[in-house]
Design a protein around this ligand. Structure first.
Ligand code: PLP
Length: 378
């Protein structure tokens, strides 16, 4: 089969193969689920849908016995802000371990809600210094310790297990932003002593954007219900109280919930372990191609996640030129943030990607680099 035939057969829904860290390429079944019946969220059909979704979210993390979950309408940031603003008692502090954009965002959220922070600030991409982290965990004023599991900024995997056991030793609550790692990396809420964890529909869960989730240890509910109500929309005890009764405080993204249930069914059928293995295989394909093409990667192999490869832009190749060439070929790569925008680009391999997609990507990447270096770029 020639190239032209292969291109002609790309279905319209796969016009762009998304190699950004969410939204991701979803299955036809997930996309079709969105066009379910118009539904009032105060009807029993929505309550039932919400109850099924919450049960599946707990099942996906195997934490039914210990945790409950709130479903929020809003992007991933909404769930992070809900967890940060709801989890700290009056007069106590949040300790934040920062080595990327999303860790910095947690600090900003805490400050916006008047919560005092104690911060470990490390350069983007630098592994968390556990000795310095422990000083923060041990700080008597700190009640909750927050960290990003997978720093999407650089693709760096942070040591959730080590920090979780530190929190347990010092009697601190542990809050994890696992938005880009949940169902993509090994995470066990019991083993890792995680009290609060957040995720979103449109990354490794393969749903559509608009819903995000906060899992809360059940034994924390009484304490956080007594904490100051710092926000109306983002107050987690409000969500849990109402959702336990089959109700929602505000209008939810009903159609996105239809798609989410289909996506969760696919995830539970595949199994989280198998999905992680699938991602690992896709990432390995990307990384092997980098080696073959002589493209350097920012992170040492032991710090790399299963879903993001952070690659140095080669000499004479701008992100804009590379992006535009690949977009014309149907692939959407992702820029670096802040100062990294001039030096790196990112390839995420979340979503419904096949080995064939990756092989095609490598072919197009090879062509794009040759074209740009040959003076046909910008
Ligand atoms: C994507 C992401 C978020 C949230 O992003 P939204 O654009 O609000 O969905 C938060 N934290 C991490 C680690 C992320 O990767």
């Amino acid at each position: 089969m020639g190239d032209a035939t292969a291109t002609a057969k790309v279905p319209a829904a796969r016009k762009w193969i998304l190699l950004n860290p969410g939204p991701v390429v979803t299955t036809d079944r997930v996309k079709a689920a969105m066009s379910g019946p118009d539904l009032c969220h105060r009807e029993v059909e929505f309550s039932d849908l919400l109850a099924r979704i919450r049960a599946k979210l707990l099942k996906a993390l195997a934490c039914e016995a210990t945790h409950t979950v709130a479903v929020l309408t809003g992007s991933g940031t909404a769930a992070v802000e809900a967890a940060v603003s709801s989890s700290v008692s009056a007069g106590r502090k949040i300790g934040v371990l920062v080595n990327g954009v999303y860790g910095e965002r947690i600090c900003e959220m805490a400050k916006a809600h008047g919560i005092e922070t104690v911060e470990l600030r490390q350069p983007w991409g630098e592994p968390i210094d556990l000795a310095r982290a422990e000083a923060i965990v041990a700080d008597a004023g700190v009640e909750v310790v927050a960290m990003v599991h997978h720093e999407t900024t650089t693709g760096l995997l942070n040591p959730v297990r080590a920090v979780g056991s530190m929190c347990a030793r010092h009697g601190k609550k542990f809050l994890v932003d696992a938005i880009s790692s949940m169902a993509g990396e090994d995470l066990d809420l019991e083993r890792d002593h995680v009290d609060f964890v957040v995720g979103t529909a449109n990354k490794c869960f393969h749903g559509l954007p608009g819903l995000s989730f906060a899992w809360i240890r059940k034994s924390e509910m009484a304490r956080i219900s007594a904490a100051p109500k710092r926000s109306l929309y983002f107050h987690l005890p409000t969500y849990i109280t109402q959702q336990d009764k089959g109700d929602v405080p505000f209008t939810p993204a009903v159609q996105v919930a239809y798609a989410l249930e289909a996506a969760l069914d696919e995830l539970l059928t595949e199994g989280v372990t198998n999905r992680i293995a699938r991602y690992k295989a896709r990432a390995t394909e990307v990384r092997r191609a980098c080696d073959e093409l002589g493209l350097g990667q920012m992170l040492a192999p032991e710090h790399r996640s299963n879903t993001i490869t952070t690659i140095y832009l080669p000499e004479g190749v701008t992100y804009a030129a590379l992006h535009d060439h690949l977009k014309a070929a149907g692939f959407i790569i992702y820029a670096g943030q802040g100062a990294l925008s001039k030096t790196i680009f990112r390839i995420a391999n979340m979503g419904e990607l096949t080995s064939g997609d990756m092989a095609r990507l490598v072919g197009e990447l090879t062509k794009a680099l040759a074209a740009i270096r040959g003076g046909k770029g910008k």
